[in-house]
Design a protein around this ligand. Sequence first.
Ligand SMILES: Cc1cc2nc3c(=O)[nH]c(=O)nc-3n(C[C@H](O)[C@H](O)[C@H](O)COP(=O)(O)OP(=O)(O)OC[C@H]3O[C@@H](n4cnc5c(N)ncnc54)[C@H](O)[C@@H]3O)c2cc1C
Length: 293
Amino acid sequence: MVIDYFEPTTVSETVSLLAKYGDDASVIAGGQSLLVMMRQRLVSPKYLISLKKVGELNGVQEDASGNLSIGAATTHRDAFTSPVLRRGVPLLCQAASKVGSTAIRNLGTIGGNICHNELGADPPQALLALNAKAVCVGATGERTIPLEKFFTGYFETAMNPGEVLKMIEIPSPPPGTVGVYLKHALRAGDLAIVGVAVLLGLETPSKKCREIRIGLGGVASVPLRAYKAEQLLQGSVIGADVVNEAAYVAMSEVDPVSDTHGSADYRRKMVGVFLKRAIRQAADAASKPGSDV
Ligand SMILES: Cc1cc2nc3c(=O)[nH]c(=O)nc-3n(C[C@H](O)[C@H](O)[C@H](O)COP(=O)(O)OP(=O)(O)OC[C@H]3O[C@@H](n4cnc5c(N)ncnc54)[C@H](O)[C@@H]3O)c2cc1C
């Protein structure tokens, strides 16, 4: 089959091409997931619209208040090596650094990752814990979708046909918060059996939790926030009992499937194990003034 390949240079040109070719067209960013799907004949686009030359989709911007925007076509490597992101949202850098292998991080993009929405991807749960939003552009204009409403099911998102993800916006995290991302996979380079992202802020010296956000991945049809566990921790003095209880609550908030990497029961247990570890690490770091993980 012959595939026509386009290299637009603007978002509006990209959207026009998508409108023209409809369901026969697909945008391609790093190609790390799309080309696998094409090789497996799961999708067979007749028109490929590359995002490589769309300058607007690349790079990281920070405003005067520390709010960040990340172009959708920013690669995982560029994300985790970005000095701006390392300073502002080290939690996302940790997650991006755990994606697949060096080759995949060099080519795969943050935008492609969340649009593909594969079970066990790493950046989504970090972005959820950072209250990120997806900015999409279509023929009728631009709209912003909070990330917790963006993921709608396995390989599905709230984006409409013909829309392009332009960027991911991240509000400046509350001062003094610490981020920890932990990934549990059987082998290096695998998708996560469980991915846990924690953003934590403590009052000192009381260790009372003043900010807690928990993102979980690999353990339900969509990456999710563990709101009930967060509620339990918010305002509590962080110690072994409350952390154990929060881990137990988080295990009840997930709905994992069994597959060749692990049973549903195992994944649920690993949520508890890795959440406890992540909270402890974040709490240790947050207790040290001026430190960040
Ligand atoms: C062997 C292997 C191991 C991997 N391991 C991991 C891992 O451990 N953790 C992890 O998180 N990920 C992993 N991945 C996935 C990797 O992160 C991919 O980079 C990512 O899923 C897709 O990014 P991409 O830029 O390559 O997107 P592409 O493959 O180009 O596109 C993927 C999908 O998203 C759509 N798309 C892309 N960009 C946009 C946009 N801006 N707007 C609208 N639609 C868009 C495409 O049309 C396509 O449907 C792995 C992939 C492979 C092949």
